[in-house]
Write a protein that binds this ligand. Sequence first.
Ligand code: 13P
Length: 250
Amino acid sequence: MRKPLIVGNWKMNKDIKEGVDLVKAIVNSKIDQEKIDYGFAPPFVSIYEIKKYLNEKHILAAQNMFYEDSGAYTGEVSADMLISAGCNFVILGHSERRHIFGETDDMINKKVIQALNKGLNVILCVGELLSEREAQCEEETVLRQISLGLKGVDNSMIEKVVIAYEPVWAIGTGKTASKDDAEKMHKSIRNHIAKLYDEDKAKNIRIMYGGSVKPENIKELMSSEEIDGALVGGASLKAESFIQILKYYE
Ligand code: 13P
């Protein structure tokens, strides 16, 4: 049985105080952690402070990291630093990292390997551009991103990986993939994991959906057996909407 997983990706929003206030409101709203795993991906500067308001079951994810241990890499943050600040997860390969900051599949793969070697759980984001969907190569794109992102990730390491399918055209646009579209892609991803690893790993890996998830569509998305959770951007920035999303099970 795959436990649902919902994470709020704040992107470059919220200073430390705003972040703490948001986390406190959500943690106090009594989300049932037996029913779902949930947590936050705040900007780097807030991680250490936010950890103080979370328990061991919460997910505290960084939005990125660098693949080297330490050294002359101005502006970068290492896996060890994230762990020392309290992170248990890191989001890698987000489309904004790929398309605004030019991250390649090769760089993302190095980050995935480093994060897993250091003991972090990884949320590996994949997703096609609108032009790729229009050219009907969305599946090819996503499966390629997965193969390249997971190069060198062995059978034991894959258990610490969650895939987030985030079609780029659905991010921050208000356009959500239909449940059927998301479900179809999630099935292809799961079959691909079975090919790369085995049936058991494919059955157990969690595949989240991201892209304009909101209180109005979460129930429908989560009603699919293929959709194991959500990576939420805009709607995770307000306590009211994120709580409604987290309590989709009620
Ligand atoms: P939105 O929910 O704002 O569309 O963002 C999705 C996302 O990119 C989460 O990582």
